[in-house]
Design a protein around this ligand. Sequence first.
Ligand code: EPU
Length: 438
Amino acid sequence: MSDIATATEKQGMDCLVIHGGRPLAGSVEVSGAKNAALPLMAATLLAPGEHVITRVPRLADTATMVRVLEALGAKVRWDATGMHVDTRSTSSVEAPYELVKTMRASIYVLGPLLARFGRARVSLPGGCAWGPRPVDLHIKGMEALGATIEIDEGYIVATAPQGNGAPGGLRGTRFDFPISSVGATGNLLMAAVLARGTSEITNVAIEPEITQLAEMLVAMGAQIEGIGTTHLTVEGVESLSPTSIEVIPDRIEAGTYLAAGAMTLGDVTVTRCRPAHLAATLQALERAGSRVTIDGSTVSLQSGGRPRGADLVTAVFPGFPTDMQAQMMAVATIADGTSTITDTIYHDRFAHAPELARMGADIRVDGNVAVVVGRDRLKGAPVMATDLRASAALVLAGLAAEGETRVSRIYHLDRGYEALAEKLAMLGAQVERRADTE
Ligand code: EPU
């Protein structure tokens, strides 16, 4: 596994060279969801034994989570069936800065460590390319369960009182999230399942990735009611057992390939996905003029010609996902008409806008609102982005643009898209991964 991490690091400075202007056509299989796999991997810490997680995407972020688990003493191996995580030998409660700084989602180990061992030392993630992205709700959740939190040399040091019979000494609580948080919901849930007594947790995130985490915890022996709703009741248990689970398909990856179809006036099919998780994205693509058909776990998109301008507002699930905002902005840049795109989840997630402008896009950003006036065409250019979905938007723009687009710093893409260049090539894109010499 470390080999994958090293290889990924080496290739991190690669760029993608795209010759755009050809409609994408064909079919690609969706990978397992990064944002589901990461908390499932962290949840293995709750029960000593060997867990099997299948359909874990091979990405830089899952490789980082493997390194976090290994730093804690777990043993991780991949085979043809999937990822095997053996948590019997867990020997440390420290998630080091070197790993957490490369992936914020490392904070998912906080809840499980505290719940099982009564102690955790997890580096604070720090800032992010599009703003502060605080972790205060993760911390407040742990405090509500009885933990004492100190910040020491950049680390969250969490300690639970001992002696109440729960493995880690946490106690059940009532916690109402002031805003919906995917990660903080996951962390609090993982901690509450081994706390003593009942927890009532309200205004929880209901993203499919969190629902799957709750389902995994139940398969491990946790008692959780209200799964899929914003009100969870957790009855703490004394111990949990290892389990096997298949990661749900990546709704954002699926949406990205469909958006590539819309953007290139093509005809793209994604297979092995869950259309129900994609509803808001499919509606957005339809509003932009594409024809969408669903057949079981397969979704096909047929372009209806030049996209139409359409307004978009991101929201928590089942609303339109912020992780698709950049890709749909790329579509809007070549639409007939004007689109107003509002991100209500993050207020500064528009790193792609100035880069798209380098390709000829007309975008005006004001706070968390971007107004995109569609242009007839984009023109290829060297571009780079500072985060994963922004980079995806630049790739989509490059696929539609005239001439050559070079997307640098594709380590961002390696964090979240499995075999991106290969999958795009299967759809007929002219795309090549090269060492970035500039
Ligand atoms: N927030 C706080 N305090 C906290 C936690 C969050 O104020 O302690 C705020 C955030 O700043 C944001 C809002 O709450 O304004 C929602 O953030 P959330 O906690 O839901 O985000 P997250 O768990 O950090 C996950 C995904 C993101 C995705 C968001 C929103 C993972 C590993 N990451 O992040 O995915 O954008 O939910 O859906 O699941 C991506 O895949 O590109 C990505 C960034």
